[in-house]
Structure formats: structure tokens, C-alpha cells
Design a protein around this ligand. Structure first.
Ligand code: NAD
Length: 329
């Protein structure tokens, strides 16, 4: 990219505002800070805001340790990171990312305050996982600046970023959201239309529904289903999407299998019983060491650590194959 265009885009984005410093927000903060961007962040509870600091520091250390950010970032990030006490104090921000919990009335309330605080040109991006962006735009003074920006967890490592324009989003908001993603080392994918669940979540939930069905129907236990998935899709999914995979393995066979198999796949519209039971039993997963599997506190920590390590290894592998430019010539 032409350096003067890159500098102009950065000027239209900085300082970046962030609302919500939970699981996702603190990773997003680390990602922005690793690129030397100035960040102003607001979290409703001050304790949670303070708690984010050691997480951000740790994430930055990991990024620097793996040469994904220059060592100087560790010295300068605290100067560039401003915790603020209200939405109003985000007024200098040119781009704001909202990452509070998935609650429509809460998000709407925040947008009302934000619209009154920031300049007319500020893009407002939501990290919502499931709310249609067009719904978030309804009733806004300047709906054209609202957009979906869906990050992957851990946000500081993943190359995944989906950009979702709502029905009224303007091209400038799309361009700047994509640019911010590229500055952060992501490979942004931009949807042509706003659709519930976006791209990746729609595919993931179709897969989870079938996995639950296979367990509920007694075809295999949880561990067996997980193992088949990991050893099959887990192996090719980093290199190829579903379409590339069909190219690699022969398309006609897929069409033939679909004819017989699609009518047999689970198509329930309700939350599977297996999921409802686990949630009703109080399990949240690794966070409280209770999930589909049993954990001790130590083994939950080991899984958490392994997940972050693994994503760094996967990123390295994905970048290695991207450099090979298999598609060229
Ligand atoms: N968890 C994931 O893997 C994931 C992935 C992609 C997107 N998302 C989306 O990101 C968003 C945040 O998810 P999370 O997992 O980080 O949730 P979280 O509960 O960990 O964090 C939410 C944070 O928002 C803060 N908050 C609540 N009300 C607020 C307010 N009025 N003003 C400012 N801060 C407020 C909370 O104190 C908390 O720190 C959700 O929309 C979610 O759907 C989550």
C-alpha cells in the first residue's frame, strides 16, 4: 500500500474507541495497541477495566515474543492506552468498536450516548455475534456509519475478521473497517449483505447442531464426535474452505452424496436437549472448569494456554502457505 494512503487511513481511524473490556474487548485492545494505535477504552465497571490491564500486557508480551509486534510496543502501550470513565470521553475517537454483551437494548442505549459524543464522521462498529446490523441501525441519527466488525477469539492472534455492512452502511465505513482490520494483521472478509449469523457462525452452528444430534441419537459419544471432527475437518480447514476442499477431492462425489444425505441431516429449529441440559446444570466451559468434559482448575488452565499457543502455531502455518502463493501462475 502507498505509504501516504496508509497514513491518511490511519488518521481517519485514530484514536480508536473501545466499549467493553471483557473477553473480546481486552484482546481487541491488545491487537490495536500492538499496531501502535492510540486507544481510548470504556467499561461500565471500573474493576473489569483495571482487570484488563494484565491481560493486555500478557498478550502484548506474547505478540512481541513471536515477532508479531516490535519490542518497543511493550514500552509505549501504556502511554497510548487511556481508560476513560464514560462514553462521553470517547468524543475524540474517529472509529469506535462496541464489544459489550449480546443485549440489544443495552447496545442501543450505548449507541444513543455515543452518537451524541463523537464527530459526525466517526465509524461505529459492533462486534455483535448474532444481531443483524440493519436492526442496530434502526432509529439512529446517522445509520450509514454503523457496521458489523466480527472478531475471532483470541482477537489479538486470529486472522479472522468479518465485516458486515447493514442495509444503510456507507462505502466509507466499509473501507475504513476493512483497513483497520488489515492494519491489525487480519484477513478481512466483507459480506455483500447483512444476514443473521454472518458467514462463519452460520457454518459453525450448522456443524454444532449435527454434532449434538449425533450424540443425542446415541451414534457416538462426545469425545468420539470431537475426535472425528478434529482429525478430518481440523486437518484441511486451515488450508482450504469447503469449496476448495471439494475441488481438491473431486466435486461429483459430493453432489452424489448430498442427494442421499441431506434429507437425513438434523434440521431441528430448537436448541438441542444436550445443550439445554449442560447450560441448566450451570456449566460455562473452561471459565468455571465445567463443560461437556470434566476439568480440574489446572487442566482448565492448561487447555486455555494450549488454545492460545495453538492459534499462534496455526497463524504461522497459514502465513507460510499464503507466502507460497499457490494460486499464482
Ligand atoms: N466470546 C466470543 O468468543 C465472541 C466472539 C466474537 C464476538 N463476540 C461478541 O462480542 C461482544 C462481547 O462479548 P464478550 O465475550 O467479550 O463479553 P464479556 O461479557 O466478556 O464482556 C462484556 C464487557 O462489557 C462490559 N459492559 C457491560 N455493559 C456495559 C456498558 N453499558 N458500558 C460499557 N461496558 C459495559 C462488561 O463489564 C464486560 O466487561 C458480544 O456482542 C459478543 O456476542 C463474542
Amino acid at each position: 500500500m502507498n505509504p501516504s494512503i496508509a497514513a491518511r487511513d490511519r488518521r481517519q481511524i485514530e484514536p480508536v474507541g473501545l466499549i467493553g473490556l471483557g473477553l473480546m474487548g481486552r484482546g481487541i485492545a491488545a491487537c490495536l495497541l500492538s499496531q501502535g494505535l492510540e486507544v481510548r477504552a470504556y467499561n461500565r465497571t471500573a474493576r473489569r477495566a483495571q482487570d484488563s490491564i494484565p491481560h493486555i500486557e500478557k498478550a502484548l508480551r506474547e505478540l512481541v515474543g513471536r515477532k508479531l509486534a516490535p519490542a518497543g510496543r511493550l514500552r509505549e502501550w501504556k502511554r497510548k492506552f487511556h481508560l476513560v470513565g464514560s462514553v462521553k470521553e470517547l468524543s475524540p475517537c474517529r472509529f469506535v468498536i462496541e464489544s459489550v454483551k449480546e443485549d440489544l437494548p443495552l447496545k442501543r442505549r450505548i449507541y444513543g450516548e455515543l452518537e451524541a459524543a463523537v464527530p459526525a464522521g466517526t465509524v461505529i462498529a459492533s462486534n455483535t455475534s448474532s444481531l443483524p446490523i440493519t436492526v442496530l441501525q434502526a432509529g439512529r441519527r446517522r445509520p450509514e456509519r454503523f457496521i458489523g466488525m466480527h472478531w475471532g477469539e483470541p482477537a489479538q492472534v486470529m486472522r479472522y475478521l468479518e465485516v458486515i455492512p447493514g442495509r444503510q452502511t456507507c462505502p466509507r465505513a466499509v473501507r475504513l473497517t476493512r483497513r483497520l482490520g488489515e492494519i491489525c494483521g487480519k484477513e478481512p472478509t466483507v459480506l455483500r449483505q447483512d444476514i443473521r449469523g454472518f458467514l462463519s457462525n452460520r457454518m459453525m452452528y450448522a456443524m454444532i447442531r449435527e454434532a449434538c444430534y449425533l450424540v443425542e441419537a446415541g451414534i457416538a459419544d462426545i469425545e468420539t464426535v470431537d475426535k472425528s471432527f478434529r482429525n478430518d475437518m481440523g486437518w484441511w480447514a486451515l488450508l482450504a474452505g469447503p469449496f476448495r476442499w471439494m475441488d481438491l477431492t473431486g466435486i461429483p462425489a459430493y453432489a452424489a452424496v448430498m442427494e442421499g444425505l441431506l434429507p437425513k441431516l438434523c434440521n431441528t429449529k430448537s436448541v438441542p436437549r444436550l445443550m439445554r441440559n449442560v447450560v441448566a446444570g450451570g456449566a460455562t466451559g473452561i471459565a468455571n472448569a465445567r463443560g461437556f468434559y470434566r476439568y480440574t482448575k489446572a487442566s482448565a488452565r492448561r487447555w486455555e494456554h494450549a488454545w492460545v499457543e495453538f492459534t499462534y502455531d496455526m497463524r504461522r502455518l497459514a502465513e507460510k502457505y499464503a507466502k507460497k502463493k499457490i494460486d499464482h501462475g
